[in-house]
Design a protein around this ligand. Structure first.
Ligand SMILES: [Zn+2]
Length: 478
């Protein structure tokens, strides 16, 4: 049995280097262990923080016991982590991740149809897919090191995420718990094609694509109901409906039969409405909402669990709208489309919250200015621009996301019986100031540099994350 002190260790570990998880140098404490004297930020709706807590984690990486320091004698043979003055939150869950990019703006030259075809041919070659798998592994580990212990991918170049998810599950290497979608289902020429899609032009072709993905082992399905901001070439094109109701209903039917949820990229009223009617389980990005749409979010008979959730991804649009084009390098068309989509998204989020729609959290990591380590920024903008209380935002990024992704029995809260998926912080993320509830202020930046990330009971102490300094500086101005 050893006792670990966070303060003592922090002096020994070099900072500012890329953490290489495969070398396991950051896994300094193994199960079973006890985290002592910690304040638990539970992630409940009201923002409960309980000081003086002990958490016991068993050999299988499961939380065995949570309670008052005084109520437990730590069994012999358990490592101990003295976390006095620290805060422990449930691991964050990111419901909207891509693993093909770092968040650096894409060169506009790459968006021409010819460049698109060449890139796509490379990505789907043997060499290309091996390269993408290596990239994906690094990005997924970056998500983990920044406190994201579970995530869903929603549009991959191939099935690299399926392979990585099972590697992480088996303990072969350390990574987040994942729902992996594989390629995005789109129509010919649709959003994301040809780089990250499987295309189809009829309900039966769409079913065949889902079956192919199921055979490859995916654990979620993603569809492009409408066009998107990043690849729209004309003004007003971003939310244009692309997939028919019949095609989407066929995909949902096929996915739901296998127990999988379906996410729909949808950025206009018409597109969102069609996707809701088809029975999708999550609307990604969203639009302004009518009463009829709200009714379908709340009670959706064609969905897997009887309701549809909204995942707004505000951080994917706000920087494109608010930062100067000279900085982001986007075209006038992308800027105008982003502005329209962003306004619709914000309106949809506010209406959804007021109506009691289930709202989750996702970042759209890989897109321009959406880094793999910046999940906390989505929490921050949902709070500051989306009108959500700080406690509600953390609740959405933990317990609500777990429920949406069907992981609530396994993760999402610090509860005995669940996987030990937690983040240890030096500051309380819900405590930005002493302001009263109505105008409560948050400090989600506390997640920027976690003291430790714990996934399935493995403790990654002082995770070192390679950051994009220029992008961070720009995002800090938002
Ligand atoms: Zn996306």
């Amino acid at each position: 049995m050893e006792t670990w002190s966070l303060f003592a260790l922090s002096a020994d570990l070099p900072l500012g280097e890329q953490c290489v998880l495969d070398e396991c140098e950051d896994i300094i404490m193994t199960e079973p262990f006890a985290i002592r004297h910690v304040s638990i930020v539970t992630g409940d709706e009201t923002g409960t923080v309980v000081p003086g807590q002990t958490v016991l984690v068993g050999e299988n990486g499961t939380i065995e016991w949570v309670g008052e320091d005084a109520d437990i004698a730590v069994p012999s043979g358990y490592n101990r982590l003295d976390a006095s003055g620290k805060y422990l939150t449930p691991g964050l869950i990111n419901a909207h991740v891509h693993v093909f990019g770092s968040g650096k703006p894409l060169s506009q030259a790459l968006l021409s149809p010819r460049a698109d075809a060449i890139t796509s041919a490379f990505l789907h070659s043997h060499v290309g897919s091996a390269y993408m798998k290596r990239l994906a592994r690094g990005f997924l580990q970056t998500e983990l090191l920044s406190g994201v212990t579970s995530l869903r991918t929603v549009g991959d170049t191939g099935y690299e995420t399926v392979e990585l998810a099972s590697e992480f599950d088996s303990g072969e290497s350390v990574g987040p718990r994942m729902l992996a979608s594989g390629p995005l289902m789109a129509v010919t020429g649709g959003h994301g094609s040809p780089k990250v899609t499987m295309t189809s032009d009829s309900p039966w072709e769409a079913r065949r694509n889902v079956r192919q993905s199921l055979r490859a082992g995916v654990t979620a399905i993603k569809i492009a109901a409408t066009a998107g901001v990043t690849d729209a070439r004309r003004l007003g094109e971003a939310g244009r409906p692309q997939m028919t109701l019949e095609e989407m209903a066929a995909i949902c039917d096929e996915a739901h039969s296998a127990g999988l949820i379906v996410a729909a990229h949808a950025q206009s009223r018409e597109g969102v409405m069609r996707a809701l009617r088809a029975g999708v389980d999550t609307i990604e990005h969203g639009s302004s909402l009518t009463d009829e749409m709200i009714e379908l979010f709340l009670h959706n008979p064609a969905s897997l669990r009887g309701y549809t959730a909204l995942i707004p991804t505000m951080i994917a649009a706000l920087p494109l709208v608010r930062l100067p084009q000279s900085v982001t390098g986007i075209t006038d068309i992308v800027h105008a489309n982003a502005a329209a989509v962003s306004a619709e998204m914000e309106s949809g989020l506010k209406t959804a919250l007021a109506a009691g729609v289930v709202v989750g959290v996702g970042t759209d990591a890989s897109c321009t200015y959406v880094t793999q380590y910046g999940t906390w920024r989505e929490l921050d903008v949902m709070h500051r621009f989306g009108g959500m209380g700080a406690a509600a935002v953390l609740h959405a990024a933990t317990q609500v996301n777990a429920q949406i992704l069907g992981l609530a029995d396994v993760t999402g809260s610090i509860t005995a019986g669940k996987s030990a998926d937690m983040v240890l912080l030096t500051k309380n993320p819900l405590d930005g100031s002493a302001a009263a509830e109505a105008d409560e202020s948050a400090n989600f930046r506390a997640f920027e540099q976690p003291e430790a990330v714990i996934v399935r009971g493995r403790v990654l102490l002082h995770p070192r994350i390679e950051r994009l300094a220029e992008i961070d500086a720009q995002l800090d101005t938002l």
